[in-house]
Design a protein around this ligand. Structure first.
Ligand code: PLP
Length: 230
């Protein structure tokens, strides 16, 4: 067993434990491996250990990796900020983009999604705790953005993604995750057919699952510490 394989087993056990604690089924929470800064070999190792969904933050790095691993059964998610001049790459190379926070970006992704590919899966990134230097739409603007994005022909709006500020305690993490969950529930109650709440990273898997996350994005707990900040 490799380190990555062992780490994956441990992360899956954390998710399963958190689900048990919350009275949820483990299959309700997908694991998204965050492979940013790690090379194709690390992705291959995780793939061999049964991991299928991977995510990247930097488009240039991502595209090199996606091309190097072409032909393998991998679902690629973009979770980093996208400038409007880079939307074409994202529309062509990814299965999901979780970092949409402006209509202009969504419109470009829809227009540039190649015809032979299925609609691009989208999550709206929400700045749930008002962090000043963070991207993400403000919570009170999510509903109108969601409606506009849901109407775009080549996109499939799946849900919300948040990256809360690190919190010191489980209770503090849980409080912020619950705000994201409440926002998600209000959109569903408003008639949007959403199925994805992308919430939780290496440090806060447990509180995210307790709050109702359906997808945790885990990097360092699988691949180890990153050499450069990301
Ligand atoms: C890097 C990153 C993660 C993973 O963070 P870890 O703490 O390494 O698990 C998750 N989501 C986003 C958006 C990231 O940029």
């Amino acid at each position: 067993m490799t380190t990555i394989c062992n780490n994956l087993t441990a992360v899956r056990a954390r998710i399963a434990g958190a689900c048990r604690e919350a009275g949820r089924e483990a299959v309700e929470v997908r694991l998204l491996a965050v492979s940013k800064t790690f090379g194709p070999d690390a992705v291959r190792e995780a793939l061999d250990a049964g991991q299928r969904a991977f995510s990247e933050n930097y488009l240039q790095e991502a595209v090199a990796k996606i091309d190097a691993l072409a032909g393998l059964d991998i679902e690629w998610h973009c979770i980093g900020p996208i400038q409007s001049n880079k939307t074409r790459l994202a529309a062509e190379k990814f299965d999901w983009v979780q970092s949409v926070d402006r209509l202009k970006i969504a419109e470009r992704l829809s227009a540039q999604r190649p015809e032979q590919l299925p609609p691009l899966n989208i999550c709206l990134q929400v700045n749930i705790d008002g962090g000043e230097n963070k991207s993400g739409v403000a919570p009170d603007e999510v509903a109108s953005l969601a409606r506009a994005v849901a109407a775009l022909p080549r996109l499939r709006l799946r849900g919300l993604m948040t990256i809360p500020e690190p919190a010191a305690t489980y209770e503090a993490q849980l409080a912020v995750h619950r705000q994201a969950r409440a926002l998600f529930d209000s959109l569903v109650a408003g008639g949007l057919p959403l199925d994805t709440l992308s919430l939780g990273m290496s440090a806060d898997i447990e509180s995210a699952v307790a709050a109702g996350s359906t997808m945790v994005r885990v990097g360092s707990a699988i691949f180890g510490g990153r050499a450069r900040p990301a």
